[in-house]
Design a protein around this ligand. Sequence first.
Ligand SMILES: Nc1ncnc2c1ncn2[C@@H]1O[C@H](COP(=O)(O)OP(=O)(O)O)[C@@H](O)[C@H]1O
Ligand SMILES: Cc1ncc(COP(=O)(O)O)c(N)n1
Length: 266
Amino acid sequence: MSFIPKALTIAGSDSGGGAGIQADLKTFQMLDVFGTTAITAITVQNTLGVTGIYDVPLEGIAGQIDAVMTDIGADAVKTGMLSQPAVIELVAAKVKEHGITRLVVDPVMIAKGGASLLAEEAKTVLRRVLLPVAALVTPNVPEAEVLTGREISSLEEMKIAARQIVEEYGACAAVVKGGHMEGPPVDVLYDGTDFLLLEGVRYETRHTHGTGCTFSAAAAAGLAKGESLEQAVKTAKAFITCAIRDELGIGQGHGPTNHWAYSRRG
Ligand SMILES: Nc1ncnc2c1ncn2[C@@H]1O[C@H](COP(=O)(O)OP(=O)(O)O)[C@@H](O)[C@H]1O
Ligand SMILES: Cc1ncc(COP(=O)(O)O)c(N)n1
């Protein structure tokens, strides 16, 4: 039997299928990685927004992580919605306990519809305990502003934020995503030594629900396959660009992206 790369996502469930655990699993599958899950919260969600959040008890989250790691294992792990400080502390402890090194942290804070997915007091905990064990952190610009306490309105300021996340908070690398900036969406990777700009084309569409989840899951899939960080984020950028470009038109609000598009591209 040939080697099957495996990735674990620790994140929230999106009943609408576009973000969270569902986006992560679809992305892993399309990139030939076997996906496993530890669900942190169940959101009642569709393309119009989030109308309920049910947190999974800590023992349940710990149990899922242990069940996966002690049997199946994971070549990479990613985190999404962690919602509460105690969940972040637990995940950081489990990362150390299981010796997880390829950890992608997507610091999910607010859903596209505006619902808060991370408690206010959790933001400092995230910075203090999870960033130091991350191989890659993938904030969008508003998340990078919260993490660094800086306003970001230019490419230069995105670079400063990416460097701060690595040099001050201890992550191995950070990519600050430019989807919320004006003009072409450029993402900035800092790996502790060099900057890499991931250039993109902006598509005018409202179907961008789950773009951050999908990007970070694709990066985790690349790391699970043993790709270099640079290769993994380049593939992630291509994957999300195709997924936004070939919109599905599902739902009445911010619809999901197209997880088939990258492998079906011409
Ligand atoms: N309209 C768009 N067209 C093309 N790429 C986009 C668009 N919006 C976001 N992206 C890309 O999708 C990814 C996620 O972007 P972003 O919106 O910044 O994060 P999040 O989904 O976490 O808010 C990034 O690679 C970004 O450059
Ligand atoms: C369970 C869950 N996790 C993450 C997001 C963020 O995704 P987005 O910012 O693209 O709406 C979400 N809406 N729901």
